[in-house]
Design a protein around this ligand. Sequence first.
Ligand SMILES: O=c1nc[nH]c2c1ncn2[C@H]1C[C@H](O)[C@@H](COP(=O)(O)OP(=O)(O)OP(=O)(O)O)O1
Ligand SMILES: [Mg+2]
Length: 209
Amino acid sequence: MSGEGRDPQSIRKLAPGKLVIASHNPGKVREIRALLEPHGMQVVSAAELDLPEPEETGTTFVANAELKALQAADLSGLPALADDSGLCVDALGGDPGIFSARWAGEAKDFDLAMRLVNEQLEAKGPDTPRDAHFVCALALAWPDGHVEWFEGRVEGTLVWPPRGAYGFGYDAMFVRDGDEQSFGEIDPDAKHAISHRADAFAQLVTAVF
Ligand SMILES: O=c1nc[nH]c2c1ncn2[C@H]1C[C@H](O)[C@@H](COP(=O)(O)OP(=O)(O)OP(=O)(O)O)O1
Ligand SMILES: [Mg+2]
């Protein structure tokens, strides 16, 4: 999806060594670690380096991923990888979208956020389509300000009530097209193979390793 129109020759390669995960979300850090470990990177999280959580002032997933990665690369002096992601619900005009993390308030309570999404869908009537997709923008930034970005996506449907205890965020109400189980019910290794994050990572791995 992303990377179209970019010259593969001009993409900067990532040398083996330390890499900062510019995220303060433990669920994401866990998934990104698992996705990077096979590529010989020494991963350190923003929390381990005590980096501040930047304000996400961008209007797109890519812009927010870029600003998080650039800040972490600048402050740490290391290459940094950020993920900006979210759930986009067709019948809600793409909401919660880039506001997914704080849709239900600063406390990031996803039981509440899932309930609000479901209530808003139900308020639109019983025949309202429940189609949704997750988006994951990944930005890889270097201390000199260079950035590469990638965007992945997975299509699905929202179910109610939530199902399963794996994953994080909105996983328990999301069933990928063609699947029976929600992202909260499939085991984490299986999610790593099929999610929006997996899609974006596959593009990143092809381009920068
Ligand atoms: O695989 C996922 N499964 C379920 N929910 C997900 C997923 N991926 C993103 N989401 C939702 C919840 C998350 O909180 C928000 C991202 O918001 P986003 O700003 O990118 O992340 P964040 O504030 O939680 O952590 P940080 O910015 O420090 O990386 O979208
Ligand atoms: Mg965030």
